[in-house]
Ligand binder design. Sequence first.
Ligand code: BGC
Length: 713
Amino acid sequence: MKKDLILCIIVFCAACITAGAQTDRMSLEEKAKCVVGWKREFFPDTNKGVCARTVPFPEYGIPTIALADGTSGLRLSRRESDRSTAFPANIALASSWDTALSREVGAAAGYEARGYNINVLLAPGVNIMRNPLCGRNFEYFSEDPVITGKMGAAYVAGVQSNGVATSVKHFSCNNQETNRSHVNTMVSERALREIYLRGFEICVKESSPWTVMTSYNDLNGVPMQENWRVISGILRNEWGFDGLCMTDWSISKHNTAAQLHAGNDLYMPGCDDQVEDIIKGVNDGTIDIEDLNRACRNVVKLGQRCYFTTPGQAPDLNLGAAVSRKAACESAVLLENRGMLPLPAGGSAAVFGVRSYDLVATGNGSAYVTCAHISQINEALKEAGTAVDAKLEDLYKKYVSFARADFDYNEKSDISIGKPLLPELEISRKLVEAAAESNDYALITLGRTSNEGEDRVLEGDYYLNDTEKNLIKDVCELFHAKGKKVVVVLNICGIIEMQSWKDMPDAILNAWLPGQEGGAAICDLLSGRKNPCGKLAVSIPVDYFDLPSAYDFPYDQPKQGRNRDFTEYKEGIYVGYRYFCTKDLKLSYPFGYGLSYTTFDYSGLRVKAGSSKVSVSVTVTNSGSVAGKEAVGVYVSAPAGGLDKPAWELKAFAKTGELQPGESETVRMEIPASWLASYDEAAATWKRARGKYKLRIGPDVTSPAIVSGFNGK
Ligand code: BGC
């Protein structure tokens, strides 16, 4: 282990020295070209969905680096030969609360990237879900920075184990898509540090990503890409980031000199004007040559860190498919189960909802993956021996193929950007009545997708539309009248309103955007072949307007002004459950919530508070009758110490392995003492309060399995 570390340090130092030596010999023009990316248009024959490349300099041994999206697997072109695995979106993956799984998914995505000669995978997204309507929430992990950072760091480690770089994005405070290139995010220093930067910080400190992508938005009046204080001051100097910073794909040119000086090393996707700006700037003294040298060295260093292959065989996609199915099973959250699940073997199902036949595997935009197949719920049910109502199946399948022919867009584009959601189909009560007569139970799938560049809306998206409301109402009413049960499967990119309908069906399984194996995974869970073990990494409020950020978010799609030109994060650190717990508000489902087919007992809690960390261990026993896994969260309530504090904050978590009935496992978790501190803006420093710290242990923040405490010095 020690030997490996020494070897790493030697290789790394050698890379820095050779990076310097290589760039020393370059002319000013070569240096300028080295830090400006090449657009896709310039290399059509090698384009497989590559978003951009760097310029090669063979005379100095500097290769071209290929960069591709995305956050749910590798995004390639639409060509038949360019297929890759769609994994569950990060919003799903986070619900597994399993960092080992996140690493495994990252490793599988990195393996495919490497197989296709991609050197940088533009993932993971680690922005905070400040508001559920953000169009890219599905690419992010959570409303909480610790789960975001830990899952993100594990993903980074997995991808990079293949010699493929990650690009942790979008740094930072890119929490809405409306006017994303220009909106001025106004956030307090405390919230910035404790909430919005912490996930990035954990990724950097725990997994050393080789690149970070700076975001489009302004931060407190300064364009993020020109923000020296955050990019160089915090990311590089405070946290010790030693990789490359690239700009997010700016369509129009910004202030080239300021972007470089702030700490960006690579302009993406790059344009000729930027090369000219750099040459001119260095010549007239507005650009410091040392900034350019740094950027150049970092590009060269990135090339040295990445693994390059010669074009060979495409990767084996069966490996990704197996990981994707496992991840989808572990990520789904069972929200309700009133004696319905697991379903008995065989039987007949009336399968409603377009998404039962046309699953949304991934979200749209740069996260969209063109996978080889998508496992559909109706097909998976049949494969498992369930008789699916043929009349309904025929109706829905005809609708899907007819509507898709009309609806698919961007088929001609060389790069995949996604599929729009087909509108839900209206089903007459007569048809539902007939289905209730002839089937054992009903399954309804409801779906949502979203896209980068725009946010979700309230009507018909966050709130169910009338067709969906009627479908749930009619199916529940008519099946219940016959003494038959109804399960709703959610295939969603982000949370939706549930309070008004969640008591109608007998069971609700939230599968999120589960990736290409979604149908099979959902059936594994419904049938009990797998036991649900996902827990929400986001709160589901009773209503949208209970959210602390509700009015400071573009929910009504403003054309200008507030929430378009600027968005004030007035809630400060009170994001998600930090707000709901502090205000003691009722929720539809709290952070950490999720049911299982078994039960778990907690015992033997040990808490040891040292000067550098607090160690927590607890024994979890499967007290039910089927095998299962349990996610364990450690929530801390800190003494105020002069600053206001959220009632509870997640500071550590772990997941047990699969426990057989009666089996126990002791999970060990550590909280770095520095995470107990709050950022004191007046003193511009972190402060740890002395006194009694309370602890809640268990998955769900509102109803913990065990409570305790320790004295903080
Ligand atoms: C997105 C990035 C993405 C890049 C390249 C940008 O519009 O914000 O997340 O990596 O495009 O496709």
